[in-house]
Design a protein around this ligand. Sequence first.
Ligand code: PEP
Length: 263
Amino acid sequence: MSRKPIIAGNWKMHNNCAQTIELIEGLKQELKDIDKNLLPEVVIAPVFTSLYVADEELKKCGCNKISLAAQNCYYEPKGAFTGEIAIDMLKDFNLKYIIIGHSERRQYFNETDEMINKKAKAILENGILPIVCCGETLEQRERGITDSHIQSQITKAFDGISAEDTAKSVIAYEPIWAIGTGKTCDSIEANRVIKMIRETIKSLKGDMAANSIRILYGGSVKPETIDEQMAQSDIDGALVGGASLKADSFAKIVKGAMAKAGV
Ligand code: PEP
């Protein structure tokens, strides 16, 4: 079955409002002559404080080629949670996706699988779609526990979520040792792990969810790597960090996914 690819840019803690507008303007320019139906889904995830201007900038000239994502959220609807942002608040900005469980959140902010599961459920209840990140450390890979670790992350993240909601969700497989290091995971190996994730979804939620869910690869994706990554059977796109911060390199990655997009 055909799955619409997604190329999502995770801007991390970069770009104030003015820089956000500039980058979106550059991206719109790069994509302006391409028919939307030929593009993959293009998603950008600016910092919270730039979501308003990003949304306004995307609405200008009716740009419907780029969707917005947030990089995180909290699962409680409101209350005494200083510094957190509720999903209902993020709904002010026409978000399609919220990234959860990024390894930087797990590593530096102690996010647990249980929290990620609560976030995934709350996001889906609010009519937004989670991009659930998973991936192994170098130490886990060297110990040979990559698959069991990721199976556990996925099982916990999707606990109590229906097959229908799972089908609409997105997973990003991001080997931690490949994030921001310039070392990409070999495409055949990334595809093997992504197939294993799809099998895990199949055993948990059935065929429909496994065949529909889009599973992205993330970890030092660059314009030079995207063709080979997109040529793999189960890689449905990319979550891109560093290379999404420049309009021309991100646009090249978007264009690299077009061969699979026009289906
Ligand atoms: C990421 O932040 O999810 C990521 C994959 O970063 P980079 O592309 O810079 O490795």
